[in-house]
Design a protein around this ligand. Structure first.
Ligand SMILES: [Zn+2]
Length: 244
């Protein structure tokens, strides 16, 4: 991944979109507090019955001002509850278990492993509104690697919970750090928040960017820059609405 390196050292008076973005990211990361991130839910909750959950949806339909008994809405509570089973399936999965199988045969490979543009849908814990976004994950293996599809699965497990974006970002990084004990982990998450794009301040184009840098990505600016350049160059080409 040396092809993007000279980009960082380019002398330029005007800042490109990627440079501005990288600046923001760097500052965000320096400021970011350590987010407590248990891999499992900290306490068990007593789940209501399916009928109780459907009843709750019926109440919300009435609260919105509609008649839950009209034909178009009759099956809605059942559908919403089924959708919840999918959107929140992450509570039933253990991310550490997912990464249990790692591979030590890396044939001396010690360069960055990067998976970018991992799409996800999550829900914010403040409004239960969708967060639609993408995650970029990089790590520098010490001696263990993991199947590349597992990186996408980790994002999915954490996304399918009630979340804040800062926590998803930290949880992904911390889980990989525990499982692979690599030289470093970098995670950048971009998200469009439904609670902000569809209501409140109505910022339909705003996306939030969060990052978590561990090990070499935190300590070595050139390693961090290599990662950020790789995802920024790609991101700039495919910029635009995350919902498309
Ligand atoms: Zn929200």
């Amino acid at each position: 991944m040396t092809t993007v390196r000279e980009h960082a050292g380019r002398a330029s008076v005007e800042f490109s979109r990627e440079e501005i973005w990288m600046n923001i990211l760097t500052r965000l990361d320096n400021r970011s507090p350590s987010v407590h991130s248990p891999s499992k839910q900290p306490h068990s909750v007593i789940r209501p019955s399916r009928a109780e959950a459907e009843q709750a949806v019926t109440t919300l339909i009435r609260w919105a001002g509609d008649d839950p008994d009209r034909e178009g809405l009759l099956e809605t509570p059942a559908r919403v509850v089924r959708a919840y089973e999918e959107w929140f399936a992450g509570y039933g999965e253990d991310p550490d278990e997912l990464l249990r199988r790692t591979f030590e045969e890396v044939a001396g490979y010690d360069e960055m492993v990067l998976l970018r543009d991992i799409r996800f849908v999550s829900h914010c814990e403040h409004h239960m509104a969708p967060i639609v976004g993408r995650a970029h994950i990089g790590y520098l293996p010490r001696k263990r690697v993991v199947g590349i599809s597992k990186l996408a699965r980790i994002v999915e497990v954490y996304a399918r919970r009630l979340q804040i974006q800062e926590r998803i970002t930290a949880e992904i990084a911390n889980t990989l750090d525990r499982a692979l004990q690599p030289l470093g982990v970098a995670v950048v998450v971009e998200g469009a928040h439904g609670c902000m794009t569809s209501r409140g301040v109505h910022q339909s184009k705003a996306t939030m960017v969060t990052s978590r840098m561990l090990g070499a990505f935190r300590d070595r600016p050139e390693t961090r820059q290599e990662f950020l350049s790789a995802i920024a160059l790609h991101g700039a080409a495919g910029s635009g609405n995350l919902f498309t």
